[in-house]
Design a protein around this ligand. Structure first.
Ligand SMILES: *Cc1c(COP(=O)(O)O)cnc(C)c1O
Length: 389
């Protein structure tokens, strides 16, 4: 469904391509020169729109991507995204032939996974990166199981292009967390050394994601895997940031005023009668709701929105497709006016919204609904390109 008159009709996301480029350049400033960025575009590029983001990144020279699922990888290939695409998650054995067909790279999640692949009849060797678990206990063969790790590197069905692990508290400034992270780094390095000493090729190495990059700057592997900071925002306002970068948020979330009315003292607003006016108020309905990713638990939490350069609050329960805002203090609001829910300003920053909702921006953004249109805005060029997934 792409009819021009439906553009920016109800609720939509604007993607600022220049901000994305700015963030990539800011990150490049602090990573060693020959370390490459692997752009993490899983979960619809953290809600930003997988293809829009991958295309823009390709344009600015990024050639390595990470996705969570096989489907995301296939989608990128079907839309002509070139370069390396690593699937960070598990792929079912009967689907591994698609990894080969679409020239993707599979993560080997542990020894058992490798052993099952060894028994498969694949059309060619499976391109893969080996995951080592250095303490998170999520995916990866445990760092201390060297014999099992060696057997993975001996697996003739695998074309091993890389080896990696994942830090799980690199965003914390707590002393014990820093000690833990340093220990993860130590475990990874020792493990890699042992594998190399056995004569195996580890391929490209990578360990850091966003907070590993800014808080453990001295490290020097082949890639850094960056997600949240590339999108120009912190996971939360409390995240540890040893290095401050001049990042700019890539995403804005907007919707339109659909109806304006006045209510008297003691009249209620929305489901559950949770908001009752204490005086005469002017309110507006806006065409966005929790199905679009505005958390319902932000109902009656003084969530800020921006309209005509002013801020006002969401009132009453947030509904599935609509919500209400109090526009009493703002003059000249008309049906059709734009309302911004997530944007650059502090009052409506993703970190503020996520914090009020009791979560992190990673969750808030990645849950933005599939119903939202995603539009690229190049502010300097003021061009608009089309809607995608
Ligand atoms: C999601 C993810 C990343 C990106 O993390 P950010 O904190 O968003 O940079 C990197 N590596 C792995 C394994 C991930 O799952």
């Amino acid at each position: 469904m792409k009819e021009n008159h439906l553009e920016k009709n109800r609720a939509w996301i604007e993607i600022d391509g220049n901000h994305l480029e700015n963030n990539i350049n800011e990150l490049k400033k602090i990573i060693p020169q020959n370390v490459k960025i692997m752009a993490v575009v899983k979960a619809n590029a953290y809600g930003h729109g997988l293809l829009l983001i991958a295309k823009k990144l390709s344009e600015i020279g990024i050639a390595d991507f990470a996705v969570a699922t096989l489907e995301e990888g296939i989608y990128l290939r079907q839309h002509h995204i070139k370069g390396n695409i690593l699937i960070l998650g598990f792929t079912q054995f009967h689907d591994l032939e698609y990894v080969i067909k679409y020239d993707l790279i599979q993560t080997i999640v542990d020894y058992d996974y490798s052993e099952k692949i060894r028994k498969l009849d694949l059309s060619e060797k499976l391109k893969c990166h080996i995951k080592i678990d250095t303490g998170m206990n999520r995916l990866g063969e445990k760092y201390s199981h060297l014999d099992r790790l060696y057997k993975i590197y001996e697996n003739e069905k695998l074309n091993i292009l890389g080896t990696f692990s994942h830090l799980c508290v690199a965003d914390s400034s707590e002393k014990e967390d820093i000690v833990f992270t340093k220990n993860q780094i130590f475990r990874f390095d020792n493990c890699v050394r042992a594998i190399k000493e056995k004569g195996y090729d580890t391929g490209k190495l990578h360990l850091q994601s966003s907070y590993g990059v800014i808080n453990y700057k001295g490290l020097h592997y082949d890639y850094v895997r960056v997600g949240i900071l590339m999108y120009g925002i912190n996971s939360s306002a409390q995240s540890y940031q040893l290095t401050r970068l001049n990042l700019k948020p890539v995403l804005s979330l907007k919707a339109r005023v659909t109806s304006i009315h006045s209510i008297d003292r003691n009249e209620l607003v929305s489901y559950g009668r949770t908001y009752i006016a204490t005086e005469h108020r002017k309110i507006a309905s806006v065409s966005i709701g929790y199905a679009d990713g505005i958390p319902r638990n932000l109902s009656n939490k003084n969530m800020n929105v921006k309209i005509k350069g002013n801020y006002c609050h969401v009132i009453g329960r947030i509904c599935m497709d609509q919500l209400l805002i109090d526009i009493s203090d703002i003059s000249n609001v008309k049906v059709g006016d734009e309302v911004t829910f997530i944007g650059e300003e502090k009052e409506i920053a993703a970190t503020e919204v996520a914090d009020k909702a009791g979560t992190i921006t990673n969750e808030l953004l990645s849950r933005l609904g599939s119903r939202l249109e995603r539009i690229v805005i190049e502010k300097s060029k003021s061009s608009i390109s089309g809607k995608t997934k």
